[in-house]
Design a protein around this ligand. Sequence first.
Ligand code: HEC
Length: 117
Amino acid sequence: MLRSLFAAALALAVASPAAAQSRPPQFGGCVACHSITPDKRPGVGPGLHGVVGRRAGSLPNYKYSPALAKYGKTWDRATLIAFLTNPKGTVPGNKMAWPAQKPQAAAAIADYLAGLK
Ligand code: HEC
């Protein structure tokens, strides 16, 4: 009885979308400047909800640096990893003042951002 309850709970946990991508610890600092809610409220940085699949520097309610505004790429896993592992080198002149992430952390963050609902 207990065992089957446990199995059912486990199946639910695995099936639930919330279990798909939990927030990586390295994302903790990002929310100081970025909102992750669907209203894309601007903070020090632009809202990151829906950033995967969105053209870089394209939120109308945020004043981007000219560098990011004309970067021209659409954020996907590869472009996000490139930016997060080397912000200054990937988009020279951008104004995001945050240290580069290790590749593994950047990948985890990109996957987390892709799954934000
Ligand atoms: C100290 C504040 C700050 C922190 C912390 C920060 N960012 Fe940023 N971020 C910014 C600013 C400012 C910009 C806009 C840069 C520009 O316009 O040049 C930005 C831009 C971005 C963009 C481009 C969004 C778009 O609409 O094109 C992404 C993606 C991003 N940040 C991800 C992250 C992630 C992931 C983290 C954590 C690892 C993080 N940022 C931490 C300030 C911050």
